[in-house]
Design a protein around this ligand. Sequence first.
Ligand code: B12
Length: 210
Amino acid sequence: MSEDLGMAIVELNRDEALDMVKRRCEKGENPLHLLDECRRGMVIVGERYQKGEYFLSELMMSAELFKGVVEILDPYLAKTRPSKPRGKVLVATLRGDIHYLGKDLFAALCKAQGFEVYNLGVDVAPQLVVDKVKEVKPDFVGFSALITSVFAAMKEASEMLEEAGLRKHFKLMVGGGISTPMVKEYIGADFQTTDAMEGVAYCMKSIGGK
Ligand code: B12
């Protein structure tokens, strides 16, 4: 049997994937490596869906499978986390956009690296971001963008945060398949990426320099 977790997810082999995660964790493998294999698998699933090789049902099955894997990994990941949180990360997909797979992957990776994560979900109103930033006082705010129509809501949120005098207290990040350096400029973010691992690395580097 192959030990490639990413491919087990791509092939939607639920039992095989979950067994493999348990077995490899018990053997003492680094849970972060397993999470990264999942990430690669989820990206391939997205590509297959786009090419028409997978349908919505397969996409949803892979998302459920990913959640199951994260549940098993969580206690193992907890052992790798520092006892004190490294910092706080707030993530959201804003109004008009319901894609969540990439956002949740980024959130899981941040959590795995010891950040306290506040995941506001999808189709989030800019005002809710402002309210939560006031309440939580995060070090990082990450927006996930998968459709172009969400750019306006991200800009609105960024401007509202500025007007509320909150913007200087955190780094604003934007990720997701259609984010680009131009989108970063447009919404006034500090960082942009289409790779969750790069996003986590940015948080680690920025917090290290605090
Ligand atoms: C899966 C999917 C769906 C699923 C969403 C399931 C879900 N709940 O998440 C469903 C079927 C529901 C869906 C619906 C729609 N979709 Co859709 N969808 C996709 C698809 C195929 C994959 C997206 C995905 O999950 N990829 C896998 C993840 C892991 O990748 P990712 O999100 O890029 O995330 C990675 C990084 O970007 C990063 N990341 C993500 N977020 C963040 C945030 C931060 C802060 C950081 C640091 C990193 C980070 O981490 C991840 C790992 O590295 C894409 C095409 C594609 N290949 O991208 C189209 C796509 C995004 N969808 C599209 C469209 C148009 C739609 C619909 C409007 C379709 C319709 N006509 O109904 C609706 C939108 C409804 C809405 N209002 O949002 C378009 C958007 C086009 C555009 N430019 O606006 C795309 C690009 C397809 C296309 N080429 O036309 N979709």
